[in-house]
Design a protein around this ligand. Structure first.
Ligand SMILES: C[S@@+](CC[C@H](N)C(=O)[O-])C[C@H]1O[C@@H](n2cnc3c(N)ncnc32)[C@H](O)[C@@H]1O
Ligand SMILES: [Zn+2]
Length: 282
């Protein structure tokens, strides 16, 4: 059965009142109107000089991410996320699940596709190409182009579960979006994530003490209730390895030598190593 796209948590970015479907548009009570794109997503970034300067991942990065995730190599992470998500909201009738910085939709889209009951699934990302690819594939999720670093076009206390996977965070606003008792699942890389790939290609390292910093960011608002690591082996062909690099922030820093090295690397094994941090609002 196809899940309906759900507009319930969305608010008008101009007047903050609820948005409702009206033909091919979403409209607020003051008649501010936002057209659905052909793929079904909404563009809710402010225009003119309020438009954010940083528009997230480039189209090339998004396409590399889609190709990489389509190999299924990160499926162990997606499976673990799905199990935790279901446990978190199992007592809620129609949970609202929102992914902040959803990219091309792999996690929230996968969750919506195999969710056992009614629910409302939303993904936001500032990169239009990411949202376009996400909306085209995952018809049961309402995607929107929006900036998580600014006030979001989502109602306070609307979400039962927020997902934030390798993406920017805005702790105060995430906490404000959570319903009482709501959950936030953050996934970040560990120091040794893809260590052999980083060493061989001289790539960016993971920020020191990243986990402690993330926990400290959220503790004024949310309680850390669970922490676990997920690690799994990766066997990477030259193409997959290139995509893994090109979908990451490294894509913005590669020099000619590194680009040439990418094209010639032989089959490579490495290990994905992630930390899952589960927070709850009291
Ligand atoms: C590393 S990708 C992760 C995407 C997805 N969660 C995944 O794991 O496949 C980070 C994503 O955050 C998005 N992003 C960066 N800054 C953002 C912002 N200020 N607001 C919303 N999304 C942002 C990027 O466009 C990109 O899609
Ligand atoms: Zn309005």
């Amino acid at each position: 059965m196809m899940r309906e796209r759900c507009l319930r948590p969305f608010t008008c970015p101009i007047c903050q009142q609820p948005l409702h479907r009206s033909g091919g548009s979403a409209r607020c009570p003051q008649n501010h109107t936002f057209d659905f794109a052909r793929e079904g997503y909404l563009h809710l970034l402010p225009g003119g000089n309020k438009r954010p300067k940083f528009l997230g991942d480039s189209a090339d990065m998004v396409q590399a991410r889609r190709r990489f995730l389509d190999t299924g190599l990160y499926e162990p992470l997606r499976m673990r996320l799905q199990t935790i998500a279901k446990q978190c909201v199992k007592t809620i009738n129609e949970p609202v699940v929102v992914e902040m910085g959803c990219g091309e939709g792999y996690y929230v889209g996968g969750l919506a596709e195999q969710w056992p009951s009614a629910g409302c699934f939303v993904g936001v990302d500032v990169a239009k190409e990411a949202v376009r690819l996400a909306a085209r594939r995952y018809q049961g999720v309402q995607f929107a182009v929006a900036d998580v670093k600014r006030p979001l076009p989502l109602a306070p206390a609307c979400a039962h579960l927020l997902l934030n996977i390798f993406a920017p965070r805005q702790p105060a606003s995430f906490a404000q979006l959570l319903a009482s008792g709501g959950w936030l699942l953050v996934i970040i890389p560990q120091d040794n994530h893809l260590a052999t790939v980083r060493e061989q290609l001289g790539l960016l390292t993971i920020e020191a003490d990243k986990e402690a910093k993330v926990v400290a960011q959220f503790t004024p608002w949310l309680r850390l209730v669970r922490r676990e690591t997920v690690s799994f082996a990766l066997t990477l062909t030259a193409n997959t390895l290139a995509d893994l690099v090109l979908m990451s922030p490294n894509a913005r820093h590669l020099d000619e030598g590194q680009r040439a090295a990418l094209a010639t690397l032989p089959l490579h094994s490495s290990e994905a190593s992630l930390t899952l941090l589960l927070f709850q609002r009291s």
